[in-house]
Design a protein around this ligand. Structure first.
Ligand SMILES: [Zn+2]
Length: 444
């Protein structure tokens, strides 16, 4: 909705792309080939690099001075038979094509918005059909006499490392707004939030001046941005504390995020049991205190959100209580191991499978925000207890995150050091201050 200036970000991205191309091993770059064979001006919906070897029989070739491609977009309610009919194509050809079986099975599930191409002779004889299933995969069906032949072609995606950076300001006080201001997609903003969800409360703890920088993959096909890939490395300065994460694929092929020292970003508890995108922006944490103060000491954290917003378990554990009373309304208590307990109050409803004894996973929905019990407005009242004592989850000492296996640490450091060097150089956060990364970049 709001148009934000992108200012010099684009330039930074371009510059970074060039640098990143040097740093990262990327799939073969095919644009060079393509540019020597510019896309012809007809409506050929097939990748330009694929010269169409239209196979026709000898007799046909005489009657085929010209063929043309017509591209159609699938609309709601369309199926192949309808498309053939609408475009004046023979049902018999459709039958022949469908008789190819497995290779053309995808044609039975065409979706609105996808495109099909039909190549016909000037007298309407079908020569070829193309079906662009997605940005990467195209099905090409070509006539061979009275029969057809089907081939799937995959475009080679090209990965580019892009860079983004933004600051939390008075005008853009949330991660979402700051991200949008930097031209980021919802998808990338969520990925960034997921990486730091154990360390930063995006719902409550963002402050003016907080700053983040990160590198992420952009996937291109034929020079067009198809989608964003993973975040490669990120740094987030929140309330004066710097958090860093880098993506690493271990020897078993599993990818996850780690600190530069090799500690997993994953921890026993996430900070917000309500997703930050649901938090009421005008929320003032003190607003709800008076009512609590009258009835009991306020020992929790309040998240104001619309009624019905999902509430998730902040850590793996077991439900010990699912109950309703006058003060707390509908509430859930979860036990996490021996020491830790979390409580979720004022729910409008419980999630289906939440009952005493049920095991829950971190991030699993356990109920929905409401205002049952002593609450003036819909909000989640969240409590965190250690050995039965109320604690502030922000300051309490929590179980340590798991480190990279010792025998893999060297591989880890070798793998991440060029990425970190890149991140620090673009975020200006002082590469030299990172001892661990510096040591392992001897060949820089
Ligand atoms: Zn409260």
């Amino acid at each position: 909705m709001e148009a934000y200036p992108k200012s010099h970000l684009k330039a930074a991205i371009m510059l970074t792309c060039v640098m990143a191309l040097i740093v990262f091993t990327l799939p073969a770059h095919q644009n060079g080939d393509l540019s020597e064979h510019p896309v012809s001006l007809d409506l050929t919906p097939v990748p330009a690099a694929e010269a169409l070897p239209v196979s026709v029989t000898e007799t046909e070739s005489l009657s085929l001075p010209s063929t043309s491609w017509k591209e159609v977009t699938v609309e709601a309610g369309d199926n192949l038979a309808l498309l053939f009919k609408r475009n004046g194509l023979r049902a018999a050809d459709l039958q022949n094509i469908l008789s190819l079986g497995e290779p053309v099975k995808a044609l039975q599930k065409i979706l609105p918005g996808q495109t099909l191409g039909f190549q016909t002779t000037s007298n309407g004889r079908l020569i070829a059909v193309s079906y662009k299933k997605n940005a990467f995969d195209t099905l090409l069906i070509q006539r061979e006499g009275e029969k057809f032949h089907a081939d799937w072609q995959s475009a080679t995606p090209e990965k580019i490392i892009a860079y983004a950076s933004a600051e939390i300001t008075r005008e853009r006080p949330s991660l979402y707004h700051a991200g949008k201001g930097a031209g980021l997609s919802d998808n990338v903003i969520m990925k960034l939030a997921n990486i730091f969800q154990w360390d930063i409360s995006f719902a409550l703890d963002l402050r003016e001046g907080d700053h983040f920088s990160f590198m992420y993959e952009e996937i291109y096909v034929d020079g067009e941005l198809v989608k964003e890939g993973d975040i490669v490395a990120a740094t987030f300065r929140n309330m004066g504390k710097k958090h860093e994460a880098v993506r690493y694929t271990d020897i078993t092929g599993r990818s996850d995020y780690y600190t530069p020292d090799g500690m997993s970003m994953r921890k026993a508890f996430i900070r917000d049991p309500v997703h930050f995108t649901h938090i009421s922006s005008s929320f003032n944490p003190n607003r709800l205190h008076p009512i609590h103060k009258r009835v009991m000491p306020h020992r929790g954290i309040d998240y104001a959100a619309r009624k019905g917003t999902p509430v998730v378990a902040s850590g793996d554990g077991k439900v010990t209580i699912r109950r309703q009373n006058d003060a707390s309304g509908k509430y859930v208590v979860i036990q996490h191991g021996e020491q830790y307990t979390t409580k979720y109050l004022h729910l409008s409803a419980f999630a289906n499978d939440i009952k005493p004894g049920a095991n829950v996973n971190q991030g699993q929905t356990i109920g929905y925000v409401g205002s049952t019990g002593w609450a003036t407005a819909p909000h989640l009242h969240y409590e965190f207890l250690v050995n039965g004592v109320h604690r502030n989850p922000k300051t309490v000492k929590l179980p340590k995150a798991l480190p990279i296996a010792t025998d893999e640490l060297q591989r880890f450091k070798t793998s991440i050091s060029p990425v970190l060097a890149q991140l620090y150089s673009i975020s200006g956060s002082g590469y030299a201050s990172r001892g661990a990364a510096e040591n392992s970049t001897g060949g820089e």
